[in-house]
Design a protein around this ligand. Structure first.
Ligand code: NAG
Ligand code: NAG
Ligand code: NAG
Ligand code: NAG
Length: 471
């Protein structure tokens, strides 16, 4: 495993370095000269020259500096994510507890471990909680009261992610009770004397809305104690997520949640216009699209107050999110029906993102629990392959399938946090191989000619060949 990691990591760094060399050279003079010959000259001559140059004269730091130039904000162009005018398809993962673990020196090392292991198989995006409302190691102890030590923990997560070239999707609160969430906001409201009758008052009560906004404002304006970079200016952050899996069962028309999304998406953008924003939805079809509810996993899904198309048409929302849990939505017993559901669920959302939303869609959580009856690891591998295969089918055509995030990656020794879905790479060689292979394919797509490519696609194909060349 170690050897494999090193080779993969080196390949990526080296490839990026070579691409940067191309970019710098292509800017003015080279373009005038006959392109292909120049490219071959560069590729042919650069290996030894470049390596000896960087290792003898400047060491690894020059590589690091050059990479820094390309460490810019992820943006959106139509159906695609882009970075530096190149496509940015996502192969990533979830590890929700990073901030809580980063607070304490005795557990902080696990944050580094999971980033290191993720990057060893080429994963480049991590989704994690940037909230902890009133619970164990809370960041927000009560409305507008923050624990500076926990904030420093979040600073660590962000700066550590960058070290491993991993970008973060940061979620801002929870629909569920874990780590506080909307139930905690309602408790705070009651303690302040508000007349609240349901946890869904989180979405509608003006005071609770103002608590949430104050929290968002504080996080986005946070200046990292480790890097001095304000979160809202930090390209390590891929996107803000309004809430993990919002549902509003008290209003099945969807109006209550819709109004909350409309207010909050614009609010986040008003503070931070640079970063992308997504809602955090599971992706259920609702009342606005009666012809699409057939794709839902069950009848109940259309009554939880969410509405995939309508919710994502809100101003300020940049891309769509969908979760995939065949086991908890259809039936726990493992079966082929799960795989069929995953294919049609993904395909339906990719088509909608293309035809109605004009935005990328990220399958931001998918996985299967080892506690399910009939589970074995080869089923999990089949499930992961299905998700990757369906995405590549879209990627090949420049479609809306923007990427996926495994639920969830754990380092060794954190089993006590496992809900059954954890993947420990060092214990799962076949799964690691599937993830690595997909990362390699995604890297190739990302290196492809974009709409602003300056060299022409023919030349770029040589770069791709180079990417596949075994060092
Ligand atoms: C609290 O709100 C509920 C529903 O909104 C209402 O029926 C009730 O009368 C209110 N109670 C008080 C003390 O205002
Ligand atoms: C952050 O800024 C302060 C004040 O300008 C400076 O003293 C400190 O060295 C900086 N820290 C880092 C990590 O750049
Ligand atoms: C794993 O589970 C699947 C689905 O239940 C089953 O079809 C397959 O035979 C199992 N494979 C092994 C090696 O047990
Ligand atoms: C690939 O995408 C096309 C639509 O672009 C769809 O009709 C087809 O079913 C997809 N195939 C797979 C295997 O997902």
């Amino acid at each position: 495993m170690d050897t494999h990691k090193t080779i993969f990591g080196f390949k990526i760094i080296f490839s990026v370095a070579i691409l940067v060399v191309f970019m710098e050279n292509s800017s003015s003079t080279v373009l005038g000269v006959s392109g292909d010959e120049n490219l071959e000259l560069m590729v042919g001559g650069s290996d030894n020259q470049y390596l000896s140059h960087s290792s003898v004269n400047h060491g690894i730091y020059e590589l690091g500096d050059m990479e820094d130039d390309t460490w810019t904000m992820v943006q959106k162009n139509g159906n695609q994510f882009v970075v530096n005018d190149q496509p940015f398809y996502v192969n990533g993962f979830n590890t929700y507890w990073l901030m809580a673990f980063a607070v304490d020196q005795s557990t902080r090392g696990k944050v580094t471990e999971v980033f290191q292991q993720a990057s060893s198989v080429g994963l480049t995006v991590c989704r994690t909680w940037a909230f902890n409302d009133g619970q164990w190691r809370a960041l927000q102890k009560s409305p507008s009261v923050y624990d500076e030590e926990v904030f420093k923990g979040l600073d660590f997560v962000v700066s550590e992610a960058k070290k491993f070239k991993i970008r973060l999707i940061l979620s801002l609160t929870n629909n569920w009770d874990a780590y506080g969430g909307k139930a905690q906001y309602v408790k705070w409201g009651k303690a302040a004397g508000l007349n609240l009758t349901s946890d869904d008052d989180f979405f509608s009560h003006p005071t609770l809305r103002s608590y949430y906004k104050a929290y968002v404002k504080t996080v986005l304006n946070r200046v990292s104690t480790l890097t001095n970079i304000t979160y809202k200016d930090d390209p390590t952050i891929f996107a803000w997520e309004l809430m993990n899996e919002p549902r509003c069962v008290s209003d099945s028309t969807g109006d209550k949640l819709q109004a909350w999304i409309e207010e909050m998406a614009v609010y986040v953008k008003s503070i931070d216009p640079k970063h992308l924003v997504e809602i955090g939805l599971e992706g259920f079809y609702g009342p606005s699209t009666p012809n699409r509810v057939q794709f839902n996993p069950n009848k109940y899904a259309q009554q939880v107050g969410t509405d995939f198309i309508r919710n994502h048409q809100v101003l300020g929302v940049d891309f769509a999110s969908v979760h995939i849990y065949a086991d908890s939505w259809i039936g726990q017993s493992i079966s082929d029906v799960h795989i069929k559901f995953i294919e049609s669920w993904m395909q339906a959302h990719i088509e909608d993102a293309e035809n109605f939303l004009g935005m990328p869609v990220v399958f931001a959580e998918f996985g299967v629990s080892a506690k399910d009856p009939g589970y074995n690891s080869s089923f999990r591998d089949t499930l992961i392959r299905t998700v990757y295969k369906t995405l590549l089918n879209s990627t090949k055509k420049g479609g809306s399938g923007g990427g996926s995030l495994l639920w969830q990656l754990f380092p060794e020794g954190t089993d006590y946090m496992d809900d059954g879905y954890a993947i420990v790479l060092s214990k799962s060689p076949s799964t690691s191989d599937i993830i690595s292979l997909h990362s390699t394919k995604i890297t190739t797509f990302n290196a492809r000619c974009s709409w602003k490519c300056r060299w022409g696609c023919k030349k770029k194909h040589l770069v791709e060949m180079f990417l596949h060349h075994d060092l």
